[in-house]
Design a protein around this ligand. Structure first.
Ligand code: ACM
Length: 722
């Protein structure tokens, strides 16, 4: 999979000394001179409609509440109820901070809540928390769905931790918590009708998911002192729902079906196709008992969770067991279904009918599109954006959560420097760059995009500390993606505001990922004029960067980078951040290669992968190389076909070497080729093979590996066939 590099230039802004730094970026912020000083006399005074929010603010800031009789008292923070003419958006607000008074204007409870969170951020981010800078904020959200999901099955997180997470979501105006409550590694919600689900199905033999997954995946019991697991009682779940609702957050429970159900089948083997547990993770869809079970479970779930949406999973069901099951095959025949995909769709439709009868709506992962989408289903697009695009074009609502931008179990920095994660590579900037409305949708289709969501799968996330490390500050980027208008989003500005939020997160003891010293380079190559311009980027603000042009490791005596770097001949640009004499991260090397194939025509004898087209036919010849992530739009993928390309050099020219790079990242299924064969031709018809290079990276190598496989010397002319 050869690749190249993305060009994305954002204006570099001067470091600001702004005092009001809100995330997500509001629609309008104006700073004004002066401060509102919090004193022992300051009182919160509220319209009765916002009493609960005033109370929440008071409990978090220890500022006392006053009565409206104290109208004239000098230091007041006032929650005012206003009409639609003042605040048109139902979730909008205005916050006005003057030396004498802080005024919140809202027409709904939710608007007042968001104003309160903005004020809380301003206060918490001041070096001295008693001095609140003056200014004005006018604000409303872009999307109605601003979500985060935690998988509590692969590792369990306590009810009290879930509340803390909800507090953090609320501070950043996220409004939907998707609770992935059940999955093969453990059932996590008390169901009174089926106590075995939590007395047995919530407990497994190994604490570490990876160890459990690598064995027979056995379950245990609550009274086994060696068992790992846990679950939420219904009372706890009800309290969490209420806690979240008070903070403007809807909880959508996910009851996964028909795949990922090993824990259910371990307890109820009669719901498997074979009648035996541990053979597959799929519920038998030919068996009516499966539907009785699911409806009984959902009946209790609906009583706990008042959300409009109920998530039924639907992802990654293996159809093998259904193919061999007489009951499933009978169902296919009786219902005139074409195949097992339609059987799954039948199951989803049946659940949708149940939910509709109970005045709820079905939400499912994008596999629910296969075999026909249930009539009123909403799709959560995770395998890229295509599922979401298809659903929106069909007039179905969509939540966007593509792995490329929304999976917080991916590495957020060079995997070599990070604790074990599932794979992938998703930097803060990449999350920030996400645009939830795909460009291919027209305005009437775009209306079906409800918003976006960050997913925190917990295969490798076993503790709250690590969960926060993987989540923050990327969740702040997601909050801005889903709240702020596209025109108001600017990564450099976000990065500056983020400095204030690092202070907030420290004050709230959030174990956030400290900004990386890794350097990324944006390279703009002007092939015609043989000129390359590099911009280095990092998560640091204006770090001291040193570089060389010959591949040597730079020192503090090397050339110092300013705003950009222009190169007009081939070079191995090598750069580092050196701060106070300390090398901060591994050097990065960017090969600027003015090679003979630049800008030449590439013929794909077999097509590349549809999902990973990179820059299509220019990928191999635009002189740029890919980054640490295969999803950067520069790595080209080959899935069903071999890679077979011809580069047309147009005329006979001497070649001294040929090279291209390949990536291996086993987790998400990216592998080296077995071998690379090079053939040359002087007429474009007759090719002669000059070399075969065997791959030496074993498929068992799990670490991210990027290798230049070709690096041979030739004294020859003409065409090159790779
Ligand atoms: C998923 O990540 N399997 C929805």
């Amino acid at each position: 999979m050869p690749y190249v590099f993305v060009l994305f230039l954002a204006p570099v802004r001067a470091q600001t000394t702004k005092r009001i730094n809100i995330i997500p970026q509001p629609s309008m912020v104006t700073e004004k001179p002066g401060e509102f000083m919090l004193t022992a006399d300051t009182r919160i005074i509220s319209d009765p409609m916002f009493a609960e929010i005033a109370e929440l603010f008071s409990s978090q800031t220890f500022i006392k509440q006053g009565s409206s009789k104290e109208k004239d008292q000098p230091h007041q923070i006032r929650f005012n109820r206003v009409g639609i003419n003042i605040i048109p958006d139902s979730a909008g607000y205005r916050l006005l901070i003057t030396p004498k008074r802080i005024s919140i204007f809202a027409r709904t409870r939710i608007g007042a809540l968001y104003a309160m969170q903005s004020l809380l951020q301003v206060q918490l981010s001041q070096p001295k928390r008693s001095a609140i800078p003056c200014g004005e904020v006018n604000d409303h959200p872009r999307f109605g769905y601003r979500g985060a999901m935690i998988d509590v099955s692969r590792h369990f997180f306590s009810a009290s931790y879930i509340k803390r997470f909800i507090d953090l979501m609320a501070l950043y105006k996220l409004n939907t918590f998707h609770w992935h409550l059940v999955d093969g590694p453990g059932w996590r919600l008390e169901i009174k009708k089926y106590p075995e689900l939590t007395s047995k199905g919530a407990w497994r033999t190994h604490k570490i998911w990876k160890e459990w997954w690598g064995t027979e995946r056995q379950y245990s019991t609550e009274d086994d002192p060696n068992a790992y697991g846990g679950y939420y009682t219904q009372q706890e779940a009800i309290e969490i729902v209420d806690y979240a609702q008070k903070r403007g957050i809807t909880i959508i429970p996910e009851i996964e079906m028909p795949g990922h159900s090993n824990e259910v089948l371990s307890v109820f083997p009669n719901l498997t196709c074979t009648g035996k547990p541990y053979r597959s993770g799929e519920l038998c869809l030919g068996n009516d008992s499966t539907f009785t079970f699911l409806e009984n479970v959902l009946t209790e779930v609906l009583a706990i969770f008042p959300s409009k949406y109920i998530h039924i999973g639907g992802d990654e069901a293996d159809q093998k067991a259904w193919k061999q099951c007489t009951k499933c095959q009978k169902r296919i025949k009786d219902e005139h279904l074409k195949n097992e995909s339609e059987l799954q769709s039948y199951g989803v439709r049946r659940m949708e009918k149940f939910l509709t009868n109970h005045k709820r709506k079905l939400l499912g992962w994008d596999e629910i599109l296969e075999g026909g989408l249930a009539p009123d289903a909403t799709v959560m697009s995770w395998r890229g954006e295509q599922g979401g695009i298809t659903a929106a074009q069909m007039g179905h609502y969509v939540v966007m959560t593509p792995g490329s931008h929304c999976y917080f179990d991916y590495y957020q920095a060079d995997p070599a420097t990070q604790p074990r994660a599932i794979g992938g590579y998703l930097t803060l900037e990449k999350v920030y760059s996400y645009e939830p409305v795909p460009a291919v949708l027209n305005p009437s289709q775009a209306k079906y995009i409800l918003g976006a969501q960050a997913n925190i799968w917990t295969e490798y996330i076993g503790t709250p500390e690590y969960l926060e490390y993987m989540t923050f500050p990327r969740l702040l980027a997601m909050s801005e993606v889903t709240w702020s208008a596209k025109k108001d989003r600017n990564f450099d500005d976000f990065k500056h505001r983020l400095q204030a939020h690092y202070l907030i997160m420290k004050r709230l003891n959030v174990n956030y990922f400290r900004p990386s010293y890794h350097l990324d380079a944006e390279t703009k190559l002007d092939i015609k004029n043989r000129n390359a311009v590099l911009h280095f980027r990092s998560e640091q603000i204006n770090p001291p960067i040193f570089y060389t042009l010959d591949g040597q490791e730079p020192s503090a005596n090397s050339l110092k980078y300013k705003d950009s770097l222009a190169v007009n001949s081939s070079a191995k640009v090598t750069a580092v951040i050196i701060e106070n004499g300390q090398l901060k991260d591994k050097p990065v090397q960017i090969d600027i290669d003015f090679h003979q194939a630049l800008g030449k025509k590439v013929i794909y004898n077999l097509p590349h992968s549809k999902s990973y087209p990179a820059q299509k036919e220019t990928s191999l010849v635009n002189g740029l190389r890919g980054s640490l992530t295969y999803g950067d739009g520069q790595w080209q993928g080959f899935d069903t076909n071999d890679m077979d390309v011809t580069i047309d050099l147009e005329r006979s020219i001497p070649l001294t070497s040929i090279s291209t790079s390949f990536m291996q990242q086993v987790g998400p299924g990216v592998f080296m080729p077995d071998f690379v064969e090079v053939s040359l031709s002087d007429n474009g018809i007759d090719f002669h093979k000059v070399e075969t290079i065997k791959n030496i990276i074993p498929a068992t190598e799990k670490a991210l590996t990027i290798k230049e496989l070709l690096n041979s010397s030739y004294k020859c002319n003409f065409w090159v066939k790779q």
